[in-house]
Ligand binder design. Sequence first.
Ligand SMILES: [Zn+2]
Length: 223
Amino acid sequence: MPLSRIDGARRIGAESLAFLLAADCPGCGLPGTLLCPDCARALHARPVRRVTPGGVPVRAAHEFDGVVARCIRRVKEDGQTLLVRPLGAALRAAIPGECDDALLVPVPTSRAAFRRRGYRVPELLLRAAGRTPHRMLVSTGSHTDQRGLGRDARARNVRGSMRVRHPLLALPRGADVVIVDDVVTTGATIDEAAQVLRRAGYRVVGALALAATPRRSEHGVNG
Ligand SMILES: [Zn+2]
């Protein structure tokens, strides 16, 4: 191997090592690892069910708590996309058989969030779960961040926040769809997505999420 290539490989190796050494487990803070074995086990799906105020049944791989919540925050706020792989595996384990024939439609990521992160979290999770995201909903750019808002304010905030893509880009009317989000808090975002999809002629059979906030809480990282 030419010397320059060996140098290059060494440099990349050293950079990866430095990256790993600078990392710490998002679950427990253990240094020198992107995710320790104990916290990786904590990510195995423990599905929970919710029903949105609008009556859409939601299945989530986890409660939004502990290790899972900290991993999701790393992905959403710190750009740690390597964690998408174990999180996607948890999502895959929570996808019920009824979803096999349904189209999986992620809730849209606002333009501001996409600019900030450079990726759409629900789509990344679906791809990591081995499923195809059907981007049929787009953000209208009219709503602001849901964080810190209560139940009623969230519902008002998401109204009119999304629309179905141009019919030429969307899928056949009448298809069964399952709405997908990373975190379900009050269910306001899911309800808005369901309404928009139904108006466009789709049959919403349910929703899927990586995590749902425990029932006592109304304040999470999403809608
Ligand atoms: Zn850990």
